[in-house]
Ligand binder design. Structure first.
Ligand code: FES
Ligand SMILES: [Fe+2]
Length: 363
């Protein structure tokens, strides 16, 4: 007797605004979300604004070197405090000029000392949990969330092994990719390579060997999917690598549920994916490319362009077509291709993702 087939998620998970609202209030507020790289805010007062689960936040570096993250809202009458990226050694609200220290403490405001009973030390910006993960700053809107090392056991040590230069890296290039699809379509597309041999010719022939590709839940447990493959034969590689460096011939990636991935291309080239969610059927994928100290690096620039023009472009069409298909009255969720031998033509990783996605919404 065969085990029952594992079916794909119902279409409503990708199209129903009520499920989207549930995720915004639930899973996306209780998981670790990428804020920015340390190298984007190196100096006292440097800040970066960003959005997580519909909440406007900013990360800012203190005089003590520590980065703190706050909800981007004045405690007076709710004007937003900062925009974009910049430097502010004091945070001044544009509305009535209340002024905050970069530690979040209210320092003063016009005429507030004449208010009987008003103690500035009672007012403070609302801080958000922030963790530094190998130079990558993550936040969690849940104050009680387990630390990242519990969510993603051993990942720090593994990445440091494959990317020994990680502590010196800084962003060289960001590639922004708006997609008209639910964030889960995009994350799923990233998380299987069953579609690679036919849809990603450059990646499958010029970067990796598809027959060696596998994606599995991490053996260390936790909410991690590990992609593992070998690099393409050197004569077919689209860029040069030095195989005398340990792990230079490997391709690895660590997908950290729900929307971040560290990816190490052959040649120990670190790059990242992170997703930002805008609505039930719109999200943005960000690709990050890094070099030592953010210094100019022609190979990495070229890789970023090659990736944008091939893998990324090819994926946009796939995920947007899937989103349209999910609205079809004719779609019945099909069985996942779970080959007991695993490998590139199996969808084990999708089964795991679907389990996390169902758990997140249905408890
Ligand atoms: S809302 Fe910020 S000072 Fe009034
Ligand atoms: Fe893809």
């Amino acid at each position: 007797m065969n085990a029952p087939l594992t079916r794909s998620l119902d279409a409503r998970y990708y199209t129903d605004p009520a499920i989207y609202a549930n995720e915004m209030d639930g899973v996306l507020t209780r998981t670790w979300q990428f804020a920015c790289h340390e190298g984007q805010i190196p100096n006292f007062g440097d800040y970066h604004c960003f959005e997580v689960a519909g909440q406007n936040l900013f990360a800012i570096r203190g005089k003590d070197g520590q980065v703190r993250t706050f909800y981007n809202v004045c405690q007076h009458r709710a004007h937003e405090l900062l925009e974009g990226d910049g430097n502010a050694r004091l945070v001044v609200c544009p509305y009535h000029q209340w002024t905050y220290e970069v530690t979040g403490k209210l320092r003063g405001g016009p005429n507030i000392r004449n208010v009987p009973g008003f103690d500035v030390s009672d007012v403070c910006l609302t801080e958000v949990r922030t963790e530094d993960f190998l130079g990558y700053l993550f936040v969690n809107l849940d104050d009680d969330a387990a630390p990242m090392d519990e969510w993603f056991p051993n990942v720090r040590a593994e990445i440091a092994e494959y990317v020994p230069q990680i502590a010196q890296l800084a962003p060289l290039e960001w590639v922004e990719i708006p997609e008209s699809c639910n964030w889960k379509c995009s994350v799923e597309n990233y998380s299987e390579c069953y579609h690679c041999p036919t849809n990603h010719q450059t990646f499958a022939q010029g970067v990796i060997k598809p027959e060696t590709y596998d994606i599995q839940p991490d053996a260390n447990g936790g909410y991690v999917l590990r992609h593992v493959t070998e690099c393409q034969s050197l004569d077919k590689m689209t860029y040069p690598i030095d195989l005398s460096v340990p792990h230079a011939g490997d391709y690895q990636s660590w997908f950290l549920w729900p929307m971040f991935s560290f990816q190490c291309y052959p040649g120990n080239v670190l790059n990242t994916y992170h997703w930002r969610v805008h609505s039930v059927d719109r999200c943005t994928v960000w690709r990050g490319w890094y070099s030592v100290d953010g210094a100019e690096d022609e190979v990495i620039r070229q890789l970023a362009v090659q990736d944008r023009e091939t893998t990324v472009e090819e994926d946009i069409h796939l995920v947007e077509s899937v989103q349209r298909g999910l609205r079809s009255k004719g779609y019945r969720p099909g069985p996942l291709v779970l080959d007991p031998a695993n490998g590139v033509m199996s969808e084990h990783s999708i089964a795991r993702l679907h389990q996390w996605m169902r758990d997140a919404v249905d408890g």
